[in-house]
Design a protein around this ligand. Structure first.
Ligand code: C2E
Ligand code: MG
Ligand code: MG
Length: 711
């Protein structure tokens, strides 16, 4: 017999009986068998002795004065040395009730009176040996549990026929579950798996069963208190002799700390510790991937190399710590700018586009723009960034004004690889610095010329409103069934003093990037309403007028007030005004869209979706929007008679509009065949050069003579 320290000693039996004669007889018998014996005459004395001498076995009568055997047994079980000591209660032969109570009180076994003397010693030895084995088992379980705790290792067994999962203590701890709650089923087990990884866990189990292979997997466990741990799990299936799966066994190891360290190492290797931005090494990897993707998708990549002007002087004057603070603020300002849709909206709206900001060295940052089709907007973006950086930064209690120089190179175009892209944009940045800073330069001269031209256009555009240089042209829309004019779309033109009439394609994007679209849009709306009402006053047939609303106007807020004001000021009936919205503007921020559209509808105006089919429309949202018309984009109409795909798209759009209770207008109809096709497929209205080009107001007036039929 081993004690708790593993030292061998003579087993001790505690004999408890108020019948002194019987007690002595038992004691004698056991002593003869070379066992150490303690004796007590009732439960109270037995309890005292039990605590003092920690016996290996208790033989106890049930009926005794002061404290009976059941109570004493239950009390002993509560003591630290009472958990695994064998306690045998001695009852009358036919006393079934006492046997049941003995079990409830926690007795290991029972013995009946009269005592079978020849067997007593053997019985006691068997019980002592069983107790010993039980203790050994418990000790090794404890050792295993301690080892698992140190190694943060747990295990589970899932028995299929009962759908029961048994978890080790450490596994329970990992899940934040109390082991006393006992086993549970597999579905409950899965509740501890992070929702994002449940599917992966189920797939691994399924694969292991199908392929009869073990699996290992890393996933997150979500504890009851919300804390997350990352574990590495290894599991395998056990089969019966027929090859049918019976259970699954798994070990899990908590690798959260290791993962955190790995993450930290990765961060140190790939990120700049001052600003938290990707460093040159990671940035170069992004550029490499971006170039490969650009080749695949036949689009372009631009690299903006940004240097803070005269940073060295700031650093020398204010000290390095202030210099660091300034760099952090510039980094935050640049991060904010790449998130702002009014600056980068054009780039991020395309699915292939990505914007990555990095700190390359000391005072040099870089922005990578991917998935570009038109490079012309880059200069607009850079101007906005330079603008944002011009606000004063508060460093060490002082207000500091900084400016930056930006160099830009483009792939494919002026730079054919990662190194060239970085080097050329750096060279371009040096040119920007040499020309006085607070400006940008493209590496390619051609791009510089285009950027200058664009810049000049922006300067002119700012003056155009005040100089009253905008005019509206009107393009008729015709009802296909009746052939009568159903509406006019107002299309802006810029009467430039030197360049002549400029079409929207050349200046709308500049107006959007510079924010000028808001006052220009307001002018268009007022002018269109004024003109429509003026025609009515002149005795012409009332006509619906369609006005294009850019996504900036739609997102800006205040559109509803602006429309109401234009209607009130002009006197035009709201039912005569249609607003053309783009797919991309209504498909962002759905809740705001629904509110704005409903408010516009409440004014009494009609709403159409322009260039339908070119953006991304969710049918789910479309049916929730209070719209009236879908305008099928010109790009589908163009090849309608030669490209079966386009024809199919048009037929589908008309069917979709029909099911949503919307009317359709086909845009850009240029030929008799195209007109024929859309008429055949029950499009409601048509617009295009085949009917009429956009016309100046005085020329369009004749179309409004009542009952004019155009096709
Ligand atoms: P949109 O709203 O889709 O307008 C239709 C454009 O297609 C007009 O070009 C029109 O002249 C042209 N078009 C019409 N029929 C045909 C045809 O049969 N064949 C061809 N090839 N083209 C046809 P425009 O006037 O150059 O306007 C271009 C875009 O500029 C407009 O497309 C619209 O998105 C925008 N835009 C025009 N005026 C405004 C305005 O006042 N505000 C805003 N935000 N955008 C405007
Ligand atoms: Mg339009
Ligand atoms: Mg259109």
């Amino acid at each position: 017999m081993n004690n708790s320290k593993g030292v061998s000693r003579q087993p001790v039996v505690l004999v408890v009986d108020d019948d002194m004669a019987l007690r002595l007889l038992i004691v004698e018998t056991l002593l003869e068998d070379n066992l150490a014996v303690e004796e007590a005459e009732d439960g109270v004395e037995a309890l005292e002795l039990f605590q003092r001498s920690s016996p290996d076995l208790v033989l106890m009568d049930v009926k005794m004065p002061r404290m009976d055997g059941f109570t004493a047994c239950a009390e002993m079980r509560k003591l630290p040395n009472g958990i695994d000591t064998a306690i045998v209660l001695v009852t009358g032969l036919d006393d079934i009730a006492s046997i049941l109570r003995a079990f409830d009180a926690g007795a290991t076994d029972f013995m009946t009176k009269p005592v079978n003397w020849p067997l007593l010693s053997h019985r006691v030895r068997y019980l002592l040996r069983a107790g010993d084995a039980f203790r050994n088992l418990r000790q090794s379980e404890q050792r295993l549990s301690i080892a698992q705790k140190i190694a943060k290792l747990g295990n589970w067994d899932w028995v299929f026929d009962k759908d029961t999962v048994y978890c080790s203590n450490q596994m329970c701890t990992l899940c934040g579950r109390d082991p006393v709650e006992g086993p549970f089923n597999h579905e409950m087990f899965l509740q501890y798996v992070h929702p994002d990884e449940k599917e992966a866990v189920l797939a691994a189990v399924k694969k292991a069963l199908e392929e009869k292979k073990s699996y290992h997997l890393e996933y997150r466990i979500q504890q009851a208190d919300g804390l997350t741990r990352i574990i590495h799990e290894q599991a395998e299936v056990e089969y019966d002799s027929n090859g049918s799966p019976v259970s699954m066994h798994g070990t899990v190891q908590d690798i959260s700390e290791r993962k955190q360290s790995e993450e930290k190492i990765r961060f140190l290797a790939y990120y700049d510790s001052l600003t938290g931005l990707p460093n040159r090494q990671l940035f170069t990897k992004y550029v490499e991937q971006a170039l490969l993707a650009a080749v695949r998708a036949s689009n372009k990549v631009a690299l903006l190399y940004i240097g803070i002007d005269r940073f060295k002087r700031i650093n020398d004057t204010l000290g390095h710590s202030a210099g660091d603070d300034l760099l952090k603020m510039v980094a935050t300002c640049l991060s904010d700018s790449i998130r702002r849709s009014d600056i980068f909206g054009k780039f991020v709206s395309s699915k292939e586009s990505e914007i990555i900001l990095s700190r390359l060295t000391g005072d040099e940052f870089s922005i990578l723009l991917t998935g570009l089709f038109i490079e012309d907007s880059i200069s607009g973006v850079v101007l906005r960034i330079l603008d944002m950086l011009q606000k004063p930064f508060s460093v060490g209690g002082r207000e500091i004004n900084v400016s930056c120089s930006v160099g830009i190179s483009v792939f494919p175009g002026d730079s054919e690889g990662v190194e060239a892209l970085l080097k050329n944009s750096d060279v371009a940045m040096s040119h920007a610095k040499q020309s006085g800073g607070n400006t940008f330069k493209f590496f390619s001269q051609d791009m510089n010329d285009r950027a200058t031209e664009r810049l000049n256009l922006e300067i002119d555009l700012k003056k155009a409103l005040a100089r009253d240089e905008f005019v509206l042209f009107y393009q008729p829309q015709v009802h296909l069934h009746s052939g009568k004019i159903s509406g006019l779309e107002a299309l802006i033109r810029w009467q430039h003093p030197e360049r002549g009439l400029i079409v929207p394609l050349e200046f709308i994007s500049i107006a959007e990037e510079s924010g000028l679209i808001i006052p220009i849009g307001a002018w268009v709306l007022n002018e269109a309403c004024r003109q429509a009402y003026a025609w009515q006053q002149a005795g012409l047939a009332p006509i619906r007028i369609a006005v294009n609303i850019s996504s900036h106007q739609f997102r800006q807020g205040g559109l509803v007030t602006m429309v109401k004001q234009a209607l009130d000021d002009s006197g035009l009936s709201p039912s005569m005004l249609e607003l053309e919205l783009t797919e991309s503007s209504i498909m962002q921020d759905i809740d705001t869209t629904i509110t704005t559209l409903s408010e516009l509808k409440a004014l009494g105006v009609t709403l159409s979706v322009d260039d339908f089919g070119t953006g991304y429309s969710s049918m789910n949202y479309l049916k929730r929007f209070p719209l009236d018309t879908l305008k099928i984009d010109r790009s589908f109409v163009m090849d309608i008679t030669t490209d079966p795909n386009d024809a199919a798209i048009i037929i589908a759009i008309i069917a979709l509009a029909g099911s949503l209770g919307l009317t359709t207008i086909a845009e850009g109809v240029e030929t008799q065949e195209q007109l024929q096709f859309i008429r055949q497929h029950h499009c409601d209205e048509v617009q295009g050069f085949f009917i009429s080009n956009p016309l100046p107001a005085d020329e369009v007036a004749y179309c409004l003579v009542p009952a004019l039929v155009l096709c």
